[in-house]
Write a protein that binds this ligand. Sequence first.
Ligand SMILES: [Mg+2]
Ligand SMILES: [Zn+2]
Length: 195
Amino acid sequence: MSLYFPKQKNVPALATTAVLFLDRDGVIIKDCNYISDPDSVELLPGVGDALVRAVKAGFKLVIISNQSGIGRGYFSEDDFLKVQLRLDELLAEYGVAVEVAAYCPHAPDDNCNCRKPMTGLVDELSEVLTWSPEQSIMVGDKISDVELGINMGVESWFIFQGCNSEPDTNLIAKLGAHSAIDLSAVVAEIVSQEG
Ligand SMILES: [Mg+2]
Ligand SMILES: [Zn+2]
């Protein structure tokens, strides 16, 4: 299926409440295009420290990512997994790890039900992860990320730092989402809300 568990973690049995759901590309790692080369993986500024802060505040980290580059034939699922492994290494330098990365490998015209903003990946995640909509947050750099968050019933944040940074601020507001410059700014906000 389309769940990736970092090697160093034990699979399932995840009982948790607060989850920080994160888009990957343009939120955690740099790059605007289809990322397939592990050597090109680079954390965006401040992301390592922000994730440490989020984990300390009680959030579990979960990636939800559209990877249509697989379905379009730009790179293989194995390439995707190599990128995830590299990301694990970079996060390990900060002592943090994602619990699981859920990804949609389909192209848009595959008509799947797991491409964001559709909720198929979340349904799949919910089989291995107990999470509370009231305490969880979605962060992304595309409208489809924010729409997924709204569809999930969680507080949703749009960040401007990603590659599609000509956001429709009216639409973001209309969707009921928040916005911030980057992940660090989001984490600063949500951690202060928690007190
Ligand atoms: Mg993105
Ligand atoms: Zn899909």
